[in-house]
Design a protein around this ligand. Structure first.
Ligand code: GLC
Length: 736
């Protein structure tokens, strides 16, 4: 009997025992589109709708029944934010989430080095992967339109070409970790004042030539898997559900196949959320559990209301099919991509990356020989300067904290003072000089100590010092470099404007280091022989800064935005309140395409320090530029060659910049626009030919009447420069 049974089983088991084929959606050898369709076919309507809504502060639903995981997101562009609570903005209190803080994105922009952008994306992507995040909420690439924007430090400067060139490697390398970039804030979120509702009006030309290119590059060349809608309105509709931005441009013209995620609480209208391109609605106001029930997740626009609308025919089923397909695609690219690597967290490689990006981004603005001295102050010569006084709150302040959602809980942050003390030991003494309040989100906090005594002490000590290094600038306090508020003054806060010239009066051998993400007014600039724009440098701040000040690293950063002498010299501030900050309802970008150096050039208003400016400890001579041809037509490629020589005594890196100007055009155009750049590393005495290939694409402008890019025949000037105003070679070409 027993034998018969086992025989029977042996005969039958191939039928039953045959390995069940795994469902296509679970089979990651299948093409993603097949997996998406298979998953959709198995899902209920409720399950499709739930994919479009938050389940907690930083996660959105999966499909538990089918084993399709949730999506976990985290800020931010400069590192992986500490774990946030399930339903509040409070920290979750984890002890395994102290991260590496990379320099702020303005510093990355100032490197003008796509290799640094790739290193950045790879490193921060590994940290996000290790922390099991599926979406990193960054990078941001809103154009720097005004020096008062509280969040400029999170972005890539004033020029669309520079921002476009650097955002692509960041996104590509980040996503190789199986973590989605979430390029933000799409679009026209160029200020924090009234950010939640201000309705921005801008011409199509400025939209397409200035404000869209970096997003377009991130999507089309970077392959970004998600985009975050911004809080503001654009032409009357909230950007998080905006037909022009999301349906026509992003998903239409750019054929974006990823997910549009709201900024937190950025959805305001169910019908628009359904029809105008939104895919995942994330929120701010809900605790999901008890209070503020009216914002609980189920009451979100793309939740119960949406489901009811689908069931009663108000909303076509095709809308949720498209949204769910996009969310599933993102899940298959991230959480269900079993081939993705495992990441790394706070590794030495990441600290090295943070330091290198910082070193390459620091900009030497000025380096002159002060009176009664024989040489420029930088790099620091310790045979001459034996008693170095460091002054300033920013020498010791933690600048990875505060600033809003890009804040970080770090494993370590080497302050400038720590970096300098480590390098120079007891040659260094420190005094605070001035006091800034604590980084308070949403309010300013005046310092409580007696700032006069700080100032008097600093002046006393400066008298005896061989060299003074003042480390100041802005910080991450509210209405400084901080989210949810703009700066309320262009000049430096906390009494620095008085202290800086007073110190220089007492001791002319003074180096000024500004740590900030924005330009500032410098009425005292003539009195300061050496000025360094130091950015927010993250965990390795002190190491990067002391490496450059000491000459171990030769500075090679270039400004990614202009420093206007005064605020009124900036295009956004040259008109009226409607132009900036708006009338609290509407805002009109009246400077149009003339943003940053485009404004300075066209209006003939010299900047204090121009876009693309940055000095070195060596010098670079540019030879005669030559052209492969003087005329070209559509389809041709013309090559410009310029020999560049390191004519100084130290090895160094130079950013050779190519700007192109259209001599005659039917529509107004800037005098010149950045169209290419090369960062080259030259030993002392070395010469290298730098070449640029130019096509008609580099000559085009956006013709809003034809809704297309046009290169008009005629004369164009090619400017090769070490900055946007330091032009070293110039050639003219004719487009036939
Ligand atoms: C914030 C920011 C956005 C951030 C999000 C989540 O309001 O605008 O950049 O990613 O909410 O913190």
């Amino acid at each position: 009997m027993k034998n018969t049974f086992s025989l029977l089983l042996a005969l039958l088991c191939p039928l039953f025992g045959k390995a069940q084929p795994i469902p296509v959606y679970l089979d990651d050898t299948q093409p993603i589109e097949a997996r998406v369709q298979d998953a959709l076919a198995r899902m209920t309507l409720e399950e499709k709708v739930r994919l479009c809504t938050a389940q907690s502060k930083f996660s959105s639903h999966g499909v538990p029944r089918l084993g399709i995981p949730e999506i976990w997101m985290s800020d931010g562009p400069h590192g992986v934010r500490e774990e946030i609570s399930w339903d509040s903005w409070n920290a979750a209190g984890f002890t395994n989430d102290s991260c590496t803080a990379f320099p702020a994105l303005t510093c990355l922009a100032a490197t003008w080095n796509p290799e640094m952008a790739a290193l950045y994306g790879k490193s921060v992507g590994e940290e996000a992967r290790y922390r099991r995040k599926d979406i990193l909420l960054g990078p941001g690439c809103n154009i720097y339109r005004t020096p008062l924007n509280g969040r400029n430090f999170e972005y890539l400067g004033e020029d669309p070409y520079l921002a476009s060139t650097l955002i692509v490697p960041y996104v590509r390398e980040l996503q190789k970790n199986g973590v989605a970039a979430c390029v933000k804030h799409f679009a026209l979120n160029n200020q924090e004042k009234w950010r939640g509702h201000i309705d921005v009006e801008v011409s199509d030309r400025a939209l397409y030539e200035i404000y869209l290119p970096a997003f377009k590059a991130a999507v089309q060349k970077g392959g970004a898997w998600s985009v975050m809608g911004s809080y503001n309105r654009v032409r009357g509709e909230h950007a998080c559900h905006n037909n022009l931005l999301l349906n026509r441009i992003l998903k239409g013209e750019w054929t974006f196949d990823g997910c549009v995620v709201t900024d937190w609480g950025g959805a305001h209208d169910t019908r628009e959320a359904v029809f105008n391109g939104l895919d995942i609605e994330m929120g701010t106001y809900t605790d999901g559990l008890s209070k503020s029930r009216d914002f609980a997740y189920d009451n979100y626009h793309l939740a119960k209301k949406y489901l009811q609308g689908l069931q009663d025919g108000t909303y076509p089923l095709a809308t949720v099919e498209d949204k769910a397909a996009r969310v599933l695609r993102l899940i298959f690219r991230t959480a269900m991509n079993r081939r993705r690597p495992w990441g790394a967290f706070t590794s030495q490689a990441h600290y090295d990356a943070a330091r290198r990006i910082g070193e390459e981004g620091i900009v030497l603005l000025k380096n002159e020989t002060p009176r009664r001295s024989r040489a420029a102050l930088l790099p620091i010569d310790t045979t001459v300067y034996r008693h170095i006084l460091v002054v300033g709150d920013n020498a010791v302040r933690r600048l990875t904290e505060g600033g809003g959602s890009s804040e970080l809980k770090v494993q370590h942050e080497i302050s400038p003072l720590q970096g300098l003390t480590k390098r120079y030991g007891d040659k260094i003494t420190y005094t605070q000089g001035y006091a800034a309040g604590r980084p308070r989100y949403g309010k300013t906090e005046e310092p409580t100590i007696d700032t006069d005594s700080l100032r008097r002490a600093a002046l006393e000590l400066a008298r005896e010092a061989d060299l003074v290094i003042f480390i100041g600038g802005l910080n991450k306090n509210y209405q400084q470099d901080c989210e949810a508020g703009d700066r309320i003054q262009y000049n430096l806060p906390f009494g620095q404007d008085e202290l800086i010239p007073a110190l220089a009066e007492v001791n002319p051998r003074m180096v000024l280091v500004l740590l900030s993400g924005n330009a500032v007014e410098m009425k005292w600039v003539k009195k300061i022989p050496a000025i360094v724009q130091g950015w927010y440098l993250g965990s390795e701040a002190g190491h990067a800064l002391s490496a450059v000040l000491s000459g171990e690293v030769c500075p090679s950063g270039k400004l990614p935005f202009s420093f206007p002498v005064q605020l009124a010299d900036n295009g956004a501030h040259a008109f009226d309140a409607l132009c900036y900050p708006g009338d609290s309802i509407h805002e009109v970008y009246k400077e149009d395409i003339f943003v940053g150096y485009r404004w300075h050039d066209t209006q003939n208003i010299p900047a204090l320090f121009p876009f693309g400016h940055g000095l070195s400890y060596t010098t670079f001579d540019y030879g005669k530029a030559t052209l492969s041809a003087e005329t070209m037509q559509e389809g041709d490629t013309l090559t410009l060659t310029v020999p560049v020589k390191n004519s100084g005594a130290a090895a160094g890196k130079e950013v050779v910049q190519l700007y192109i100007g259209d001599v005659e055009s039917s529509l107004p155009r800037p005098t010149k626009e950045l169209k290419a750049f090369r960062k080259i590393d030259l030993k002392a005495g070395e010469t290298r030919d730098v070449t640029f290939d130019i096509t008609a694409d580099d000559l085009r402008y956006f013709d809003d009447a034809r809704h297309g890019w046009v290169a008009e025949p005629g004369k164009f000037v090619l400017y090769v420069g070490s900055s946007s105003t330091d032009i070293r070679a110039r050639k003219t070409i004719i487009l036939k």
